[in-house]
Ligand binder design. Structure first.
Ligand code: ADP
Ligand code: ZN
Length: 433
């Protein structure tokens, strides 16, 4: 089933034409309504008249997170506040949160793109979906919520947390679909196991997980633990929230809904477009947004794009799994390390639980990398020798993948704090100095 076949399977030339028309319209909109963009465009000597097709997008200035902070709270709006019907804000780990506003039309586009994601993984109006993303200013909960209602499915607006109750209702109501962060899905899987309720008593079949990076190995782990198919959903507050793209049943890349969010991949240093298929920083222009359209917004997410038609029939471009945000990259003794690399090593080894914590510090002017990882109870032992050889095994694997030797600390099962929203897996104490 395809939610919007005309768009999702549109011929590439036609799609580019549509994107060009929409780009021109949104550029006119921000030029006239948002002083920030007008000023930036004037500085570059560009006017809306210079935009005739989607190729002209390269003439436009980039936007970054700091621009949202500088224009806090409402200066990037391109519609009068009387037209804004909803506000959201991103958690923003440092400084001011970033605020976004939606018009009625923006909300309807949002619920459409989420409905596309749901449909792409086989969810229908017959299905009950438990939303265990946080509700509130965070876009996760309400974003999924709107999409499920649009599809006509039954939404259980649980929000995150309250784990015992999540499981009870999932069981009693017979939810077929679960939407939450991958880390919370893991925790729910573990808690279901502990609850002693037999797996057969749950109707759960499909998971829609996103809002944080996760690896292919993590997917396998979650699929086994919950006995479901797990699919990726991607999005960010600045662009609309969850549903900028989603995987289809092929599990072979995340389709981006490029009739609304035009993607580019640029070299994060030179800001020039990379060769087709190459990895770089993902940049979006929200070409149909009214409330707060972002122009060439640098996501800092590192990935690549594949324009080949998918086996599912969709032509919508597919994005590779996100390696991480460029600001998640740790530079340790000059070597670039991504948390996702650490995760994939841990999950390759059967002796370890998929729970870990990365602690970076600086001792005597030298960076240190400590990885705490839980040993599965079957492998946890009082015998020193066994634990030493286990530690050597994982340290060697880590070194061969990340290029430096970490200090590994094996910890008991269940000792690392579980996450109910976005997992915090890196503590960088260097930033404190
Ligand atoms: P915050 O910036 O405060 O975390 P957001 O909820 O807007 O708030 O976060 C969006 C970011 O979350 C994305 O830019 C990306 O880094 C990450 N993200 C969202 N979905 C996924 C996904 N499916 N895979 C990897 N990363 C994701
Ligand atoms: Zn597909």
């Amino acid at each position: 089933m395809i939610w919007n076949e005309t768009i999702e399977c549109m011929d590439r030339e036609e799609m580019r034409k549509l994107q060009g028309i929409r780009l021109k319209r949104v550029v006119e909109r921000v030029y006239h309504n948002t002083p920030f963009y007008r000023k930036k465009m004037q500085e570059m000597g560009v006017t809306p008249d210079d935009i005739e097709s989607i190729e002209d997008i390269v003439k436009l200035p980039f936007t970054v997170k700091q621009d949202l902070r500088d224009n806090y709270p409402f200066d990037l709006m391109a519609a009068p506040m009387s037209e804004i019907v909803r506000l959201h804000a991103s958690s923003g780990t440092t400084g001011k949160p970033i605020v976004v506003g939606y018009t009625r039309k923006d909300l309807s586009i949002w619920s459409e793109v989420v409905a596309r994601c749901l449909t792409a993984v086989g969810v229908t109006k017959q299905d009950m979906v438990q939303v265990a993303y946080g509700y509130g200013l965070f876009t996760g909960g309400l974003g999924l919520h709107g999409g499920i209602e649009n599809l006509g499915g039954t939404v259980i607006p649980m929000s995150s947390g309250n784990t015992q109750k999540q499981i009870q209702l999932m069981h009693d109501f017979g939810a077929k679909v679960l939407a939450c962060t991958p880390s919370y899905a893991l925790f729910l899987g573990e808690t279901i196991k502990d609850s002693g309720i037999p797996r057969e008593e749950f109707l759960l079949k499909t998971g829609i997980f996103g809002a944080e990076p996760w690896t292919e190995n993590m997917r396998k782990e979650i699929e086994e633990s919950l006995g479901i198919k797990a699919y990726d959903i991607y999005g960010l507050t600045e662009i609309i929230g969850p549903g900028v793209g989603g995987e289809c049943e092929c599990q072979n890349g995340t389709h981006l809904w490029e009739d609304h969010f035009f993607p580019e991949i640029v070299d994060p240093v030179t800001l020039q477009p990379v060769e087709p298929g190459q990895q770089g920083e993902l940049v979006f222009t929200a070409i149909t947004k009214e409330g707060m359209p972002m122009i060439r917004y640098r996501t800092r997410d590192l990935t690549s794009l594949n324009y080949e038609k998918c086996a599912c029939g969709r032509t919508a471009v597919r994005m590779a799994r996100i390696l991480g945000r460029s600001d998640d990259m740790m530079i340790i003794r000059g070597v670039n390390v991504f948390p996702s690399q650490v995760e994939s090593v841990i999950l390759e080894l059967p002796e370890f639980e998929p729970h870990y914590l990365i602690i970076v510090d600086r001792v005597n002017n030298t960076d240190t990398l400590e990885i705490q990882v839980e040993v599965r109870s079957e492998f946890y032992s009082d015998e020193m020798n066994k634990m030493i050889s286990l530690k050597k095994k994982i340290t060697d694997c880590m070194q061969s993948v990340i290029g430096i030797q970490p200090k590994v600390k094996l910890v008991e099962p269940r000792s690392i704090e579980r996450s109910m929203g976005k997992a915090k897996r890196v503590i960088d104490n260097r930033k404190l100095v």
